[in-house]
Design a protein around this ligand. Structure first.
Ligand code: FES
Length: 112
């Protein structure tokens, strides 16, 4: 498995503000987001509990809201934005190539 170039789906399979859960073998799930024509990815598991961010909601401000306690994260950086989320989640670069989305799971960074 090439974790540096992990295929997600065709870019146009995702609709605006959609969150899609990806399960790379041997790793925790990742949430992939589409906002207009930009694509972003973070860890799917909330840093506050065990909720899945892919079951939450994203809005135009690049913010995902956790379905459990309503904490929020910046989907571009993984930064925690509101209570009760304090710790960031990792974010991953998403590349679009020939209309296909790829994640670089090796480049996941935690940004405080
Ligand atoms: Fe996400 Fe509590 S589990 S805000």
């Amino acid at each position: 498995i090439d974790y540096a170039r992990f295929y997600v789906c065709e870019a146009d399979e995702m609709s605006n503000n959609e969150i899609r859960q990806i399960k790379p073998p041997g790793r925790d799930p990742v949430a992939v987001y589409r906002v207009e024509d930009s694509f972003h990815a973070t860890d799917d598991i909330c840093s506050h509990g065990q909720a899945l961010l892919s079951e939450g909601e994203v809005d135009e401000d690049f913010v995902v809201e956790c379905p459990w306690h309503g904490g929020t994260f910046d989907i571009r950086t993984g930064e925690a934005l509101s209570f009760p989320c304090v710790l960031p989640v990792r974010s991953y670069p998403v590349q679009v190539e020939d209309g296909k989305l790829y994640l670089n799971l090796q480049a996941g960074e935690t940004k405080e």
